[in-house]
Design a protein around this ligand. Sequence first.
Ligand SMILES: Cc1cc2nc3c(=O)[nH]c(=O)nc-3n(C[C@H](O)[C@H](O)[C@H](O)COP(=O)(O)OP(=O)(O)OC[C@H]3O[C@@H](n4cnc5c(N)ncnc54)[C@H](O)[C@@H]3O)c2cc1C
Length: 303
Amino acid sequence: MIAVLVVRHGVLPAGALEATSEAQGNVLVIGSNCSAALPELSPYATRITICEWGNFAPSAWANALTAHIGLEQRIVLPASPDGRDFAAHLAQSLQRPLYAGALRIGAITIELVRWSGQAVETLVAAQEFVATLQVGVRSIEEAPGEVVVTSLQVPESFTGNDAEVVDVLPPDAASIDLSEAPRIICGGAGIQTSSTFHALFDIAEELSASVGATRVITDRSWVEHQRQIGTTGVVVNPQLYIALGVSGAVQHTSGLGQPEHIVSINTDPHCPMMQLADLGIVSDANEVLPALLHALEQRKSNA
Ligand SMILES: Cc1cc2nc3c(=O)[nH]c(=O)nc-3n(C[C@H](O)[C@H](O)[C@H](O)COP(=O)(O)OP(=O)(O)OC[C@H]3O[C@@H](n4cnc5c(N)ncnc54)[C@H](O)[C@@H]3O)c2cc1C
């Protein structure tokens, strides 16, 4: 098995280390400034093939990689936006089935999430396939021994049917893919009105964070389902997770990954989210929200 990781400007995608562990450390890194990703990747890898092939070009890359990567029976990519996109091109070039959204890849079977996470389908896997691995569902393991690093030069014939990138805009906190967001501010049932909930977007902008919600909030239709974190929502893995009025039900926290820092603001000091938090603030989230926004705006105007 080999893990294929798309790197942009030296930054690994979400789920990169999980895919690397799934492939027992055998990994191909492709994109721009790949070498910059090596320090983070190396402890988990045994063999790294670097393809310093520039800007994301999934169709051309897939065509050019067929001969090299076709020897691997199982190819896994993290289910990040680039991983999902590239996986489809690889599967097409190699004429293999694509198993999208894998939860677990076994010796014989493969478990896939279906219906926006509401169902899990178990299939007998084909001998050769391309799969995307859901982000945040697998542990990572350090690899023993030295890592062997080799490079694959850009091939002479390098064509595909790729979109031309006109401009790259900075991420908009309101629209960034939750599964990729390094910072998330999440609102739960402790928030009393839709307008208070929507103040989260203003705070998110100040913190360069993305807005998440519990199912109670999406059931109220205060925000679209794609912002729901949990078993039947998005699986995330942020560095910072701020929860306002979120109890921490298992169906929610199972989609949380392993945040480095959790801040919880809740009136109940004993709820599960407060137990998970590095910093627990026992307070009314509806009062903390405007105060936090005011403090952040003041900090900006003083800067
Ligand atoms: C099959 C199934 C799938 C599910 N999938 C998901 C899923 O994907 N994602 C998900 O989130 N849920 C999911 N759920 C629902 C889940 O079980 C919980 O009901 C939900 O996560 C609770 O959301 P909550 O924390 O917002 O609300 P509650 O559990 O009601 O918690 C509200 C919290 O707010 C606090 N609070 C109250 N007032 C204030 C205040 N003024 N200030 C601060 N804090 C306050 C309370 O102390 C409490 O801790 C699923 C349930 C089922 C059965």
